[in-house]
Design a protein around this ligand. Structure first.
Ligand code: ZN
Ligand code: FE
Length: 257
């Protein structure tokens, strides 16, 4: 049985997520922008938090943790990148790329997705088809390169792009409308982008979350994953360039968008 997934809007444009196993009663939180929405959701569902999963060290993903821990009767396990332990909150369960661990009675695979930061990880739950990608792969976008090189981020995105089509990309921010407008400047004739844009506009107008999205949809419409696409390469005047160089060019354009 798949885990139950809850998307929690936090701060101005962040997302945290809860996953819950009905079989064991375990509940994991992914990222902690702030404590309030998490505590409200746990109370509303009657769930007990057993695990906290941290994607990366940025304040808008971890700073809610002290308030959350202070409000919980039992301390959850805290999972995060061993390589980044020096700048993450204290970890009970440090992990590294390729580790296969059990969280909420399911296998979770740890994927190093450095680029936005070095030491950024994603948590992939193959059985439930969730990938918690933080600020690496996002809906129609990817995180800015604060610490890693374009080549590093490109390798990270390629790892995520290799997951199954139906994987739900649970990313850390509601940046989709702006990402979509940028995608339209590069890839206006892409029929999948035209279709998705009309859906995104309706979702945003209704004040609903555009996250999570499926990996299949990202492959078809996310300009960063489409750095391999011949027509996008040609539109950039980079028909013969390698994929990482095309990714770097798209990221540079987005930085100025
Ligand atoms: Zn970040
Ligand atoms: Fe962030």
């Amino acid at each position: 049985m798949a885990l139950e997934l809850m998307t929690l809007p936090c701060l101005s444009d962040n997302y945290a997520f809860l996953i819950h196993s009905a079989e064991t009663g375990e509940t994991a939180l992914i990222d902690v922008p702030e404590a309030g929405p998490v505590l409200d959701a746990l109370k509303a569902r009657g769930w007990t938090l057993t695990d906290v999963l941290l994607t990366h060290h940025h304040w808008d993903h971890v700073d809610g943790l002290p308030d959350l821990l202070a409000a919980l009767p039992a301390k959850p396990r805290i999972w995060g990148a061993a390589a980044d332990a020096h700048r993450l909150p204290p970890l009970t369960n440090p992990v590294k790329d390729g580790d296969r661990v059990t969280i909420c009675a399911e296998e979770a695979v740890i994927i190093d997705v450095s680029g936005h930061t070095i030491g950024h990880i994603a948590f992939h739950f193959p059985n439930s088809s969730f990938a918690f990608t933080g600020d690496s792969l996002m809906a129609m976008g990817c995180g800015r390169l604060f610490e890693g090189s374009p080549e590093t981020m490109w390798q990270s995105l390629c790892k995520l792009a290799a997951l199954p089509d139906e994987t739900l990309i649970c990313s850390g921010h509601e940046y989709t409308a702006s990402n979509m407008r940028f995608a339209q400047t590069l890839d206006a004739a892409n029929p999948d982008l035209i279709l998705r844009a009309s859906e995104i506009e309706k979702t945003c107008a209704a004040g609903k979350a555009t996250v999570p999205s499926t990996l299949a949809s990202e492959r078809l419409t996310n300009p960063f994953l489409r750095a391999t696409n011949p027509s996008l390469k040609a539109a950039l005047g980079m028909a013969d360039a390698d994929n990482a160089a095309v990714f770097a060019a798209i990221r540079a354009l987005k930085d100025k968008f």
